[in-house]
Design a protein around this ligand. Structure first.
Ligand code: ADP
Length: 397
């Protein structure tokens, strides 16, 4: 009887066990189906993003590429997936320089742990170079970077429009400069030949014409150089030059402007002998002119204290340091990160000087950094500002 009971319960257990196995199997299949569905869904989503997408793992191997990316780059999926990302997709900057592996946005995004957006140039399968706007974002698993997602789109059309715009600005500002220079020259001639016959008021008028013409020439020169930089057409022509003399000349030219703004302009140098190094005189001249013009404009007539702008040339171990310091309005803390941006002007500067392009410092930085130098500044609001540019002892590159 007892045997009968045991065998009945074991039968029940076995039945339960197989029922459980079936339900686990069903659950497993169910989960598998769900996982497959969500993988298909993710794949469909990745493909339906209108932009190119590449997923790279932490070792720089391409894990996944969506269809728009394949279309833009002209590759088949199997040609890219599983391959070393930098080898398959060389990237370049605007001037055609190859971007080293450790400076690639995907690698930087992984190292810095934040998304990086940049305009750059990708090389397609056939070798053609195309401009792309790309954002590389790191993805983390349990707080550890596991790879990067790169999203990009072909911006050839936008780049064409941008280029056409830069070319237009370049031609227009170049053509504007010649008549403006003539106006300046003839106004100066007129002023000196009619010197004794002009009334005080007429002298004032001539001064104003000259002042406005100078401003327009400065603006046209800034626009011309900026458009050339953007087009990658800025030609640097270094010739043996005495930096000391070059600065001296620019300081002398600015003295009347400083005087008109009630600012004293001083120049000091610690160089013991006249040395000549290869410099592009026009470009260095413009850099000094822009810094001086700012120092004077943002210092003159500002306070009871007398305006003072000093220019200091110093030879250090690797560089010639040129510091232009003033005791003017200073750069507010909130504007610190932006003053080298194109068109940016701090609100305290706009308040005292409504006219200004916000292009001068952008240009100075581009010229100096583009030729192997460095630029930095220190400033305190209402106390003053000092900009320092460092030009390599070997001259401009
Ligand atoms: P602009 O002088 O035409 O506005 P810049 O590009 O030369 O354009 O300068 C950008 C901004 O940087 C200025 O508008 C001003 O806010 C700030 N700045 C530059 N130089 C000085 C200076 N010496 N003192 C105070 N602010 C300055």
């Amino acid at each position: 009887m007892a045997r009968k009971i045991i065998s009945k319960s074991s039968l029940i257990n076995r039945k339960r066990g197989s029922e459980q196995a079936i339900s686990w199997r069903t659950r497993f299949l169910d989960q598998l189906q769900k996982a497959t569905e969500s993988a298909t869904m993710i794949n469909a989503l990745i493909t339906s993003i209108g932009e190119g997408l590449i997923i790279v793992n932490e070792y720089g191997i391409i894990d996944h590429v969506n269809q728009p990316a394949l279309d833009i780059l002209d590759y088949e999926q199997h040609e890219l997936e599983g391959k070393w990302f930098p080898a398959m997709l060389p990237i370049f900057d605007k001037l055609g320089n190859s971007i080293p592996d450790d400076e690639r946005p995907a690698i930087r995004a992984l190292l810095e742990g934040k998304p990086i957006t940049e305009l750059m140039y990708y090389q397609r399968k056939g070798g053609k170079i195309i401009p792309v706007s790309s954002t590389a974002s790191p993805f983390m698993v349990r707080d550890k970077p596991k790879g990067a997602v790169v999203i990009f789109r072909d911006v050839s059309r936008e780049a064409q429009i941008e280029r056409a715009k830069d070319e237009f600005v370049s031609i227009a500002s170049h053509q504007l400069r010649s008549p403006l220079t003539s106006i300046r020259l003839f106004t100066e001639l007129l002023a000196s030949s009619a010197k004794n016959r002009l009334t005080k008021k007429e002298h004032e008028y001539i001064k104003k014409i000259l002042f406005s013409t100078e401003k327009m020439i400065d603006l046209a020169t800034d626009y011309l150089n900026i458009s050339r930089i953007e087009l990658g057409q800025l030609v640097v022509t270094p010739r043996p030059t005495s930096l000391e003399e070059l600065i001296e000349k620019r300081v002398e030219e600015m003295k009347p402007v400083a005087a008109a703004n009630h600012v004293t302009l001083e120049y000091k140098s610690n160089l013991t002998k006249r040395e000549e190094i290869p410099l592009d005189r026009d470009l260095v001249g413009q850099v000094i002119h822009n810094l001086l013009s700012n120092a004077i404009r943002y210092t003159g007539n500002q306070s009871k204290q007398k305006g003072l702008v000093t220019v200091n040339l110093k030879r250090t171990r690797k560089y010639y340091d040129i510091t232009v310091a003033d005791n003017g309005i200073g750069i507010p803390q909130r504007a610190r990160s932006r003053i080298f941006e194109r068109f940016y002007r701090a609100d305290n500067a706009v308040r005292i000087e409504s006219e200004g392009s916000g292009l001068g410092l952008y240009l100075v930085k581009k010229i100096i950094e583009g030729t192997g130098g460095k630029i930095s500044y220190k400033s305190r609001e209402n106390k003053g500002t000092a900009f320092t540019i460092c030009i390599p002892l070997k001259g401009m590159e």
